[in-house]
Design a protein around this ligand. Structure first.
Ligand code: SAH
Length: 345
């Protein structure tokens, strides 16, 4: 298999150029062709010599995806099904959303997911592998190309656990953030995790300016473990310690995701417990009316309960907002993405 040229960050690509006997500045030229001009072949990189273009063709793939399907929601949200063009014919899903402040892409970080959250559609499909950095950034490149747009926000909230594919995700952030790459500011990138505690410490030490979202969903261990098996390995106390360390290191507010399910985690006692847990922290709570998935036992809270929950938090010093639902009619809303188990032919 040839190496995917989109998987190198700029520094690595400079090293790679040296290895094939080229000057490091070639890496910058290639980077620009890949991520700003978004060409689909090495032959279009016209400021490189024919000899170099040939060398690139021989040694690297350019990592283009094939669009298998694109579904459009009534609210304008678009869901892409990509063929990643690997030997197994793997397919992945990516979502494009339009907000008043610009376009946002929700990327997948793995093919399948190991975390097993009980309310999520990505569960139950066998885990295959982590995506390469090039396969993460290609989701954005392919959508910008297809739509003729510039994307301004990236969320790592598609299929997979980003902190379980740490190195590749970090590399993809470097490419997305690099002014010579996709040039999207770190403040416009969010990483969401189910709570892999050691990796939260590692991320904190990198002091990135990205937003960290923690999928909390419950305010005590019994309820959280029933929803998220990861809580058995990293219970709430350990998770909160890691979050405090993250805030201390980065000085950044953490966004806590809380999917409200009827008669499960949406009553006032839950809200009270959540206030206790987050009081005094630099935190924001994002309430998501849980999306019902096939075979799932969790159903959406009533609007009344959702508003009551939000108001309780706000009245007790915790800022909370209700996330707007986008793309639910095309199964593109939170937790609805899944690796399609049909493989490409
Ligand atoms: N593995 C990462 C990122 C993927 S999930 C994580 O767990 O954070 C992205 C977000 O969607 C998470 O907050 C997740 O808990 C939430 N989610 C999953 N299933 C959902 C559902 N059925 N309804 C609402 N949100 C859901």
């Amino acid at each position: 298999m040839k190496k995917n040229i989109k998987s190198f960050d700029l520094e690595d690509l400079k090293e790679e150029m040296k290895l094939i006997g080229e000057k490091p500045f070639r890496a910058e030229q290639i980077f620009k062709w890949l991520f700003q001009d978004k060409v689909m072949s090495f032959d279009e990189m016209t400021n490189l010599s024919l000899e170099l273009r040939q060398k690139l063709n021989e040694n690297y793939s350019i990592g283009n995806f094939k669009i298998v399907k694109m579904l459009e929601s009534v609210d304008g949200t678009k869901k892409y099904l990509f063929d990643v063009q690997d030997e197994e014919g793997n397919l992945i899903e990516t979502v494009l959303m339009e907000y008043h402040h610009g376009y946002s892409v929700c990327v997948s970080s793995q093919i399948g997911c190991k975390m097993g959250c009980k309310f999520c559609a990505s569960t139950g499909i066998p885990f295959s592998r982590g995506l390469e950095a090039g396969e993460i950034v290609e989701q954005i490149v392919a959508i910008e190309q297809d739509q003729g747009i510039k994307v301004s926000n990236i969320v790592y909230m598609g299929v997979g656990e980003p902190l379980d594919n740490f190195e590749n995700v970090m590399k993809s952030i470097e490419i997305i953030n690099n002014p010579k790459g996709l040039n999207i500011g770190a403040r416009h990138i969010s990483i969401s995790t189910s709570g892999i505690v050691p990796k939260i410490y590692e991320l904190a030490d990198k002091k990135l300016q990205c937003t960290l979202s923690i999928s909390l969903h419950a305010s005590n261990n019994a309820k959280r473990s029933a929803m998220m098996p990861v809580n058995d390995a990293y219970p709430i106390e350990k998770l909160m310690e890691a979050c405090k360390y993250y805030i201390e290191k980065t000085n950044k507010r953490i966004s806590f995701e809380y999917a409200l399910a009827k008669d499960n985690n949406d009553n006032l006692d839950d809200a009270k417990e959540l206030v206790k847990l987050l009081s005094g922290m630099l935190a924001h709570v994002n309430l998501i009316p849980i999306n019902h998935i096939e075979d799932g036992k969790f159903t959406k809270s009533t609007n009344e309960n959702i508003i009551r929950f939000r108001d309780y938090l706000n009245d007790h010093g915790i800022t909370a907002t209700i996330r707007r639902e986008l793309g639910s009619d095309i199964e593109a809303a939170c937790g609805q993405l899944r690796r399609k188990n049909i493989k490409a032919q």
